[in-house]
Design a binder for this molecule. Structure first.
Ligand code: GRG
Length: 298
């Protein structure tokens, strides 16, 4: 089954089923309701899809990686909840609905993000099949915690916030993109290869593939912020310009940004093809990032 749309829908169904189960409501109900709210809203589930497709590409069993794929989606949802808070991007709309703090208030939304962050590693530990070696679980946990921390997502977000209303150089922009967005995508492809017990050189190939599409994904996201409507994206658009964010299109212009997305995606495809580990879904996913950034030309 190679059609990307079908694959995305099947993956969504599988991941949502497990997220719903893991996030059953306990006492106090309000925190679980708030956690569930953003996690279960209609997102693309791109990161879980990358985990599971990489497992398949490496010949592993997807059931071993489902808890980690869900934990990554929880971490992603946590970053969205906190990113939308008034003290950060101050947004009202996410995944086509009101943001978490608009529904539950700032205190519960902040705590829901915190709770997701500490619940996700518990899911990895408690729900990964016992057949998976402890050393793999430990490696995944280490990489999860690094990705969630100051060396990665938080570091990227901090530099992003500090760069508002400032002219920044290419290195700083690179730091923001690769840490704020790229690292979670990179961890998703790495995790897939690690669960499939792929040899170190193949883990490195998926690391590079994840790095390239992660970078392209953030540039494409910034392009879409300029060329799309809120209805199409399910989140407020034109925000980067309003808050004087340092983005690739701002620094290099729209046309150069589209060219850069194309170059990165071509490189990403070549990394898979040259190492004989390309699958139709991974290739189509990469092409999809490219196509999205070109939307304005149609
Ligand atoms: C990890 C403790 C901790 C804090 C997070 C707030 C923060 C620090 C980082 C912000 C990270 C962020 C929101 C980056 C933007 C990434 C991005 C392009 C999101 C959109 O992803 P999609 O398009 O969204 O996959 P859906 O809704 O489809 O999942």
């Amino acid at each position: 089954m190679n059609d990307l749309k079908t694959c995305i829908e099947e993956n969504k169904h599988l991941i949502n089923k497990h997220l719903d189960e893991y996030l059953e409501i306990r006492y106090p109900d309000i925190i679980w309701e708030s956690m569930r709210y953003t996690v279960l809203l209609d997102g693309k589930r791109l990161r879980p899809l990358l985990v599971l497709e990489t497992v398949k590409a490496c010949g592993g069993k997807i059931e071993n990686a489902i808890p980690t794929a869900c934990a990554i989606e929880m971490l992603h949802a946590q970053s969205l909840i906190h990113d939308d808070l008034p003290c950060m991007d101050n947004d009202d709309l996410r995944r086509g609905k009101l943001t978490n703090h608009k529904v539950f208030g700032e205190a519960i939304a902040t705590l829901a993000g915190d709770a997701l962050l500490s619940f996700a590693p518990q899911v990895i530990i408690q729900k990964t099949p016992t057949a998976v070696k402890n050393e793999i679980i430990l490696k995944i946990l280490e990489e999860f915690l690094i990705t969630a921390g100051a060396l990665s997502l938080i570091g990227g977000q901090v530099v992003d916030i500090q760069s508002e209303n400032k002219k920044i150089d290419k290195e700083t922009l690179n730091y923001i993109h690769s840490h704020k967005t790229g690292d979670l995508i990179r961890f998703s492809t790495r995790a897939g290869a690690i669960f499939a017990e792929a040899p170190e050189n193949i883990v490195k190939v998926f690391d590079e593939f994840g790095r390239l599409i992660g970078y392209a994904f953030q540039i494409a996201d910034d392009i879409l912020d300029i060329i799309s409507s809120a209805d199409e994206l399910g989140k407020t658009t034109g925000k980067d310009e309003k808050s004087q964010k340092s983005t690739y299109p701002k620094l290099y212009g729209l046309e150069n940004s589209i060219t850069e997305v194309k170059n990165l995606c071509k490189q990403a495809k070549n990394v898979l093809i040259n190492n004989n580990i390309a699958t139709p879904v991974l290739i189509q996913l990469t092409e999809n990032i490219m196509i999205k950034s070109e939307k304005d030309k149609k």
